[in-house]
Design a protein around this ligand. Structure first.
Ligand SMILES: *Cc1c(COP(=O)(O)O)cnc(C)c1O
Length: 451
C-alpha cells in the first residue's frame, strides 16, 4: 500500500479526493485482486496491475456525477433530463437566494416572522384566478397533502378511467392509500357518467377527484363528465371537487395547435375547489407542486403538519417567483419550455440547416441530411399531439450502428443525448439551447476518430 500511495500520479488524486479516499479505493482493488488470485485467475500481482484496475475507479470518482447534457431528443419536458430549463431571470434569482440571506420567512414591514408561500401566492392567484394558493415540493406531494388534510379516513370518488400511473411509480390508488383516504372507484375504464359519480357518493364521501390522464389517451367509445357537472354535483351533495391537473398550463396553447388541455384558470372557472399541478412541466419553472383554489381549503392545508415535510426550499421559491413574474409581465417567450414548444417549423428548419453545415465539416465523408421529425411536449402533456420539427441525421454504419454512435456521444465530456431512426442518429434541434451546437460539434469531433 505504501508503495502504491507513493506511485507517480497518486498525488493528483490526493488533491481531488483526499488521501483517505484514495487509500480506501486502492484497498478495495487490492482485495478484489486477492480474491481473483485465490480463485485461480492468472494475473501478475504487481503494482502495475493494481494501478491499472484502480485508475478507472479513481477517474470515475473524480468526475462530477450530475452533469450538464445536450438534449437533442426533441422532448421538451424530459423528466430524465431534468424537465424544464429555467429562464435567465429565474437562474439569477436562484443564485441570489442561494448565496445570501433573504426574506424567506421574514416580513420586512412588521419585522417579524413571515410565511414562505407568501412570496408566490398573489402571483399564483393572478395567473389562475384562484382565491388562494400554496406550494410544496412537487405535484405528487401536492396531491398527497390535499388528500391527507381534507379526505383522510373518508371516501374519495374517482373514475376508473383516471386511476393512472405516471412515471416514477406515482399511482393514484397508491397515493390515495398512503394519504389515508379511501378510494371509491366508479364507472368503467372507457366511460364514466354523472350517474356513476352520483351512485358512488355516500355518507363517507369527502370529495370527487378528477385526475389528468397524463401520458396516455383513450380513443373510440369513451366519455367522461364535464367539470361543470361534477362541480354542480359536489355542491349539491356538500362535498369537495378536487383535481390533479398534472402538467398544468397557465397559458392557452391552442394558437399553437395544442388543443384540449385546460388551463389552471379554466379548472377554477369551471368550479374545481382545489387544483394541483407541477411547476417544472409545461409551466416552465422549477420542481414544485402548486395547490390553488378556495381560501378556506388552502387555509386548512397551511396548518396541516405534513406541509412541513413537503416544504420547498428558498432556491426553488426564488426561481418560481421569477418565473411567475415573467407570466405577469407577458414575457413568456423568455421561458425556455414555452419558447421551445412554440418554435415555428421554419425557425427549426433554419436551426437544423445551420447545425448540418457544421456537422458536415466534421464528417465530410458522411451523408448528413435534414429530416422532418416528430418532437414532443413531454411531461405527460399532449401525449397524442406530436410537434412537427426538424433534425439532422447521421448514418450509424461507420460506428457499427446508430446505437453505438449514440453510446459514444453519451460518454463524452459534453454528453449528447440524441434520438435514432432506423440506422441513423437524429439530432432534434427544438430542444437545443445556446452553446449546444458547439457542444455537439466537440463531442462529434471526439467520436469521429473512433468510427
Ligand atoms: C406529473 C404528474 C404528477 C406528478 O407530478 P410531480 O411534479 O412530478 O410530482 C401527478 N399527477 C399527474 C396527472 C401528473 O401528470
Amino acid at each position: 500500500m505504501d508503495g502504491l500511495l507513493q506511485s507517480p500520479g497518486a498525488e493528483r488524486y490526493f488533491s481531488l479526493l483526499g488521501r483517505t479516499t484514495v487509500k480506501d479505493i486502492l484497498s478495495e482493488v487490492l482485495s478484489d485482486l486477492r480474491r481473483d488470485l485465490l480463485n485461480g485467475a492468472e494475473i501478475s500481482p504487481t503494482a502495475e496491475t493494481v494501478l491499472e484496475r484502480a485508475l478507472p475507479v479513481l477517474e470515475k470518482r473524480c468526475r462530477r456525477s450530475l452533469l450538464s447534457v445536450v438534449n437533442a431528443t426533441g422532448v421538451v419536458v424530459h423528466t430524465n433530463l431534468g424537465r424544464s430549463c429555467l429562464a435567465p431571470e429565474a437562474v439569477q434569482a436562484v443564485a441570489e437566494a442561494a448565496s445570501g440571506y433573504s426574506t424567506l420567512e421574514f416580513d420586512l414591514d412588521g419585522g417579524k416572522r413571515g410565511h414562505r408561500s407568501d412570496h408566490v401566492e398573489w402571483l399564483l392567484c393572478r395567473a389562475t384566478g384562484a382565491e388562494a394558493g400554496i406550494v410544496v415540493n412537487n405535484n405528487a406531494g401536492a396531491v398527497l397533502l390535499m388528500l391527507a388534510a381534507l379526505c383522510a379516513e373518508r371516501e374519495v370518488v374517482v373514475s376508473r378511467g383516471e386511476l393512472v400511473e405516471i412515471g416514477g411509480s406515482f399511482r393514484i390508488p397508491d397515493i390515495m392509500a398512503f394519504s389515508g383516504a379511501h378510494l371509491r372507484e366508479v364507472g368503467a375504464t372507457n366511460r364514466t357518467h354523472r350517474a356513476d359519480y352520483e351512485g358512488g357518493i355516500g355518507e363517507e364521501t369527502a370529495a370527487l377527484l378528477k385526475v389528468h390522464p397524463s401520458n396516455f389517451r383513450m380513443e373510440g367509445f369513451t366519455s367522461s363528465v364535464p367539470r361543470e357537472d361534477l362541480a354542480a354535483l359536489a355542491r349539491e351533495r356538500g362535498i369537495l371537487f378536487l383535481e390533479d391537473l398534472g402538467s398544468g398550463t397557465l397559458l392557452d396553447l391552442s394558437p399553437l395547435g395544442l388543443r384540449g388541455e385546460p388551463t389552471v384558470a379554466d379548472c377554477i372557472r369551471e368550479g374545481v375547489d382545489l387544483v394541483t399541478f407541477s411547476g417544472d412541466k409545461m409551466l416552465g419553472g422549477p420542481q414544485i407542486g402548486a395547490i390553488v383554489g378556495k381560501k378556506a381549503l388552502v387555509d386548512r392545508l397551511r396548518t396541516y403538519p405534513l406541509l412541513r415535510a413537503l416544504r420547498v426550499d428558498k432556491m426553488t421559491l426564488a426561481a418560481f417567483e421569477a418565473t411567475l413574474r415573467l407570466y405577469l409581465s407577458g414575457r413568456t417567450e423568455e421561458i425556455p419550455t414555452l419558447a421551445m414548444i412554440s418554435a415555428s417549423k421554419e425557425a427549426l428548419r433554419k436551426k437544423a440547416e445551420m447545425l448540418a453545415e457544421k456537422l458536415k465539416k466534421i464528417l465530410p465523408e458522411e451523408k448528413i441530411t435534414l429530416v422532418e421529425v416528430d418532437d414532443a411536449v413531454g411531461g405527460g402533456a399532449f401525449p397524442a399531439t406530436p410537434l412537427p420539427g426538424w433534425g439532422v441525421a447521421i448514418p450509424g454504419e461507420r460506428w457499427g450502428s446508430a446505437g453505438n454512435l449514440l453510446a459514444l456521444l453519451r460518454g463524452q465530456e459534453n454528453p449528447v443525448i440524441a434520438g435514432a431512426r432506423e440506422n441513423e442518429a437524429i439530432f432534434h434541434v427544438r430542444t437545443l439551447l445556446g452553446g449546444d451546437e458547439e457542444r455537439i460539434c466537440r463531442s462529434l469531433r471526439a467520436v469521429s476518430e473512433k468510427g
